[in-house]
Design a protein around this ligand. Structure first.
Ligand code: GLC
Length: 480
C-alpha cells in the first residue's frame, strides 16, 4: 500500500473557486483503493459553507513555531465519499471572509499552511510516501521537506510532486518578507532556488525542490517550456523537462451525468438526446432568452479573466449577434468583463443572458441546455468546462491551446469525425469564422450536428485513463 497526501488550498465540495478544487476533489476517488491510500489536506477556512464545514470533527491541536512565535494548529478530519480529509485550523490565518486575500497577506497564510501540513503528519500518524502538492499555495512544502524537516527520521524518504494547474499564479513577493514568513535562510534565495528577478517566488520553490513536476495537459506541458507561455519560468521548466509530465484532467462522471443530474429538469443520453431540447427551453426562459426561432444557444461558464479570451469576444460580439444565435453567460471576475456581458444583455434582450454570479446549478443548466460552448482561451492549462459541455452534448468551440487542444477533436466534414470546433490563432475574426462555421453545421447539416453531439457525449473524459497515469508515476517515484 502506498500512502499519498494531496495538499491544496481548495477542494470541492468543501471550498471551490476554480478547476483546481474539482481536480483535488475528484482524482483521489479514482485511484485504486487496493494500492493507494490517498488522503487530502486543506485549510479549514471559516468562509467555507457551514454545511461542509460542519462535517469535520476535531482531532487534536498543538503549537508550532512561526517566525519566533508559537502559533495554534488545529487538526480536523472527516471521511467523505470514500476519501479521508484533514483540515488545518487557525483563526488568525484562515478565519477571513475569503479564501484568498492577495499578496502579501497570502504569503504568510500559505507559508503557515505548508508548515502545518508537514507538522500534523506525525500527530495524525499518517506517513505519506508522496506528498502531491497543487499550485503555488503549497510551494513551500517541497522546500520545507528539504530543510526544516530533513533531520526528523519520520520524514526521511518522503517524496514530493508539484502539480501546476496554472503557471500564471506563482506567489511572488520581496525576499525579506519571504525570509521572515518562511523562516528560511538566505541560502534558499539564490537565483537557482527561490529568487525570481530580485524577488522570491513560492511556486518556483516547489518546482525546484519537488522530485517530480506535472501539469494538467500534455500540450500545456510543452507550451510552458517556451517564453510565450512560460511566465518567466520556462528556463527552469526546460531544465527540469525530464521530470515534467503532462497528464490531462478528467471530470467527475458521477457529478456530471446527463442521465441522473438533479440540477437539470429533464434527463437525456447519447442514445436518446431528445430531452435536451426541453432543457434548452428551460435554460432560455431562465436566462431571459427568446424561445422563438430556434436560435443556436452558445454557452459560456467561466471565471471572467483575461486568460479566457473575452477580449476576442468583445471585438466581434456585435457582429456575431447579427446571426441567429443567443448567448447564455455565467461567471464572475474582472469588472470590465462583467460589465461587458451586462452591457450586451441590456442591449440585446432575448439574445444575451448574463448571470454575473456563480451557481453550480445554472452551470449545469448551461452545459445541458446550450448547443455550443465557447472557450477561446489565450492559454488553458487544461480546462474542465469543455469536457463538461461535451458530456452534456454541447459542442465546444475552442482555441487550440493547452488542454483545449488535447480534449476537443475538431469537426472533419469529410469523415464526420470530431467532438467540437477549434481555431489556432488568438484572433477575434478567426474565432468568429469558426463560430459561423459551427452555425452553418447547426442550421444546414443537422444530421452532422447530431452525429457530433453523439460523439462528444460518448467520448471518455472520466478520470479512468488519467488516474492510471498518476498511479504509474507514483509507482515509478516509489521505485516499485
Ligand atoms: C486552472 C486552469 C484550468 C485547469 C484547472 C484544473 O484553473 O486555469 O485550465 O483546468 O486549473 O487543473
Amino acid at each position: 500500500m502506498k500512502n499519498i497526501l494531496f495538499a491544496a488550498s481548495e477542494c470541492a465540495p468543501f471550498l471551490k473557486t476554480g478547476g483546481l478544487a474539482d481536480v483535488v476533489g475528484s482524482l483521489p476517488k479514482y485511484l485504486d483503493k487496493a494500492y493507494f491510500d490517498c488522503r487530502v489536506v486543506m485549510p479549514y477556512y471559516s468562509c467555507m459553507d457551514p454545511k461542509w464545514r460542519s462535517l469535520a470533527t476535531f482531532h487534536s491541536s498543538f503549537y508550532m513555531d512561526i517566525d519566533g512565535k508559537d502559533v495554534y494548529v488545529g487538526i480536523l478530519e472527516c471521511d467523505y465519499d470514500g476519501v479521508h480529509y484533514y483540515f488545518i485550523d487557525n483563526e488568525e490565518y484562515l478565519g477571513r471572509e475569503k479564501p484568498y486575500l492577495g499578496m502579501p497577506t497570502d504569503l504568510g497564510r500559505f507559508a503557515f499552511f505548508c508548515k502545518a501540513v508537514l507538522s500534523i503528519l506525525p500527530v495524525v500518524g499518517f506517513r505519506p510516501d508522496i506528498i502531491h502538492c497543487h499550485d503555488w499555495q503549497t510551494g513551500f512544502i517541497p522546500v520545507y521537506l528539504n530543510s526544516f524537516f530533513q533531520g526528523n527520521s519520520f520524514f526521511h524518504g518522503i517524496k514530493s510532486i508539484m502539480t501546476i494547474h496554472n503557471l500564471k499564479f506563482q506567489g511572488i513577493w520581496d525576499k525579506p518578507l519571504f525570509m521572515k514568513v518562511s523562516g528560511l535562510p538566505e541560502y534558499y534565495f539564490s537565483p537557482d532556488k527561490m529568487e525570481f528577478h530580485r524577488d522570491a517566488n513560492m511556486l518556483k520553490g516547489g518546482m525546484v525542490y519537488a522530485n517530480a513536476l506535472t501539469t494538467v495537459s500534455a500540450t500545456y506541458a510543452e507550451e510552458i517550456k517556451t517564453p510565450y507561455y512560460g511566465e518567466r519560468l520556462d528556463g527552469l521548466l526546460r531544465a527540469r523537462a525530464h521530470d515534467l509530465r503532462g497528464i490531462v484532467n478528467g471530470i467527475d462522471y458521477d457529478v456530471f451525468n446527463p442521465e441522473t443530474d438533479e440540477m437539470i429538469p429533464y434527463h437525456f443520453s447519447a442514445e436518446d438526446p431528445s430531452n435536451k431540447k426541453k432543457v434548452k427551453e428551460e435554460l432560455q426562459k431562465r436566462m431571459g432568452l427568446s424561445t422563438e426561432g430556434d436560435a443556436m444557444v452558445i454557452g459560456i461558464v467561466s471565471r471572467l479573466t483575461d486568460q479566457k479570451g473575452f477580449d476576442l469576444i468583445a471585438c466581434v460580439m456585435e457582429e456575431m449577434l447579427q446571426d441567429n444565435v443567443q448567448f447564455a453567460v455565467l461567471g464572475t471576475g474582472d469588472q470590465r468583463y462583467e460589465d461587458m456581458f451586462r452591457y450586451f444583455a441590456d442591449k440585446y434582450p432575448g439574445k444575451v443572458g448574463a448571470a454575473i454570479y456563480y451557481s453550480e446549478e445554472v452551470a449545469h443548466m448551461i452545459y445541458a441546455g446550450s448547443d455550443a460552448f465557447l472557450m477561446p482561451s489565450a492559454f488553458e492549462p487544461c480546462g474542465l468546462s469543455q469536457m463538461m459541455a461535451m458530456r452534456y452534448g454541447s459542442l465546444p468551440i475552442v482555441r487550440e491551446t493547452g488542454g483545449l487542444k488535447d480534449t476537443v477533436q475538431p469537426y472533419n466534414e469529410f469523415d464526420k469525425s470530431g467532438t467540437g470546433f477549434s481555431f489556432t490563432n488568438y484572433n477575434a475574426h478567426d474565432m468568429m469564422n469558426v463560430v459561423r462555421y459551427a452555425e452553418k453545421v447547426y442550421f444546414d447539416r443537422p444530421d452532422d450536428w447530431a452525429q457530433l453531439v453523439k460523439q462528444a457525449m460518448n467520448a471518455d473524459y472520466s478520470w479512468k485513463a488519467s488516474a492510471l497515469k498518476y498511479q504509474e508515476m507514483y509507482d515509478w517515484m516509489c521505485g516499485y
